[in-house]
Design a binder for this molecule. Structure first.
Ligand code: R1P
Ligand code: URA
Length: 292
């Protein structure tokens, strides 16, 4: 007996598109590039040879087209893992639920998702301009804790080692972090030998959760100093961004392949930032389009 998804659970617009993205099932490619900034969608699509659709709804801008014969959809997610919950569930529904019957399709339609983002570097070898692939993500965002199967897909030993090291056990103010791997094959294909692979902290905010203190003091004033020095099985934490954990975690639970690669725009150790990064991220976009 196939599960039926009621109108309140899977919201389909009168034109047959999915609720937030406004995309219809036939408009989605199997290869998907996710970006945070809606303005970055046009930059990715400027490389396309053809364009078949362009859709805009809230912070979600979508273009499907082709690059050197590959059909690719580029979607903006806006900022944060809450938006990744929406985007991943809606993309998965477009691929794996029949919108006419509101039931799951017979076979899994696997998607390949690469997020191209910006991040803050945490090591001396991750200066501004470095491309960092998130081999593992530590989710400070708590999203995956709401889904069954979370313990089966997460690296629980790494998780415990990190919580013990930070001294956060029993601290009810801080959400229990989850540790999740990106798709290994995808990482190998996209990173090749010109990107750094590391552990990314996906934070539930840009300021406090990333150890930035403006006028309000932090709950753990030593947070970033400890994070920069953390080591586990030869892994070091390389960068902060805000979506890679939710993307890798939901993709794993849904059966899709996903990873994140970010360009460093601020190095937190040496306190430098590049606000004019919008042109230089095009180099990273070019590499991902060639390798996806
Ligand atoms: C914060 O400035 C935003 O930048 C990073 C973070 O993950 C967060 O979304 O990624 P994007 O440049 O893709 O938005
Ligand atoms: N994006 C983040 O989330 N953090 C940074 O420091 C830079 C970009």
């Amino acid at each position: 007996m196939k599960k039926y998804y009621a109108e309140s659970e899977l919201i389909i617009n009168p034109d047959g598109s999915i609720f937030h993205l406004h995309v219809k099932p036939e408009q989605l490619a199997d290869k998907i590039i996710l970006v945070g900034d809606p303005g970055r969608v046009a930059l990715v699509a400027s490389h396309f040879d053809t364009k078949e659709c362009e859709i805009e709804s809230r912070e979600f801008k979508t273009i499907t087209g082709t690059y050197k014969g590959k059909r690719i959809t580029v979607v903006s997610t806006g900022i944060g893992c809450d938006n990744i919950d929406i985007v991943m569930n809606e993309l998965d529904a477009l691929a794996n639920i029949d919108f006419n019957t509101r039931c799951e399709k017979n076979y899994l339609h696997q998607l390949e998702l690469v997020r191209i983002g910006t991040c803050g570097g945490l090591q001396p070898y991750t200066p501004v301009g470095t491309y960092i692939c998130s081999e593992k993500s530590i989710g400070f965002d708590g999203l995956l804790n709401f889904y069954a199967g979370r313990n089966e897909v997460c690296d629980l030993k790494f998780e415990q080692a990190f919580v013990d090291y930070m001294g956060w056990e029993g601290n009810v103010c801080i959400t229990h972090p989850y540790v999740i791997d990106a798709d290994r094959e995808l990482i190998g294909r996209i990173a090749q030998n010109d990107m750094v692979c590391g552990v990314t902290i996906a934070a539930g905010g840009f300021f406090g959760p990333q150890g930035r203190e403006l006028r309000i003091p932090l709950a753990d004033p030593e947070q970033n100093e400890k994070i920069e020095k953390f080591e586990y099985n030869d892994y070091r934490i390389t960068n902060f961004e805000m979506e890679s954990s939710a993307l890798a975690g939901l993709a794993r639970l849904m059966g899709h392949k996903a990873m994140t690669v970010c360009m460093v725009i601020a190095n937190r150790l040496i306190k430098e930032a590049n606000t004019g990064y919008k042109n230089s991220i095009d180099g990273l976009i070019g590499k991902v389009l060639e390798r996806i």
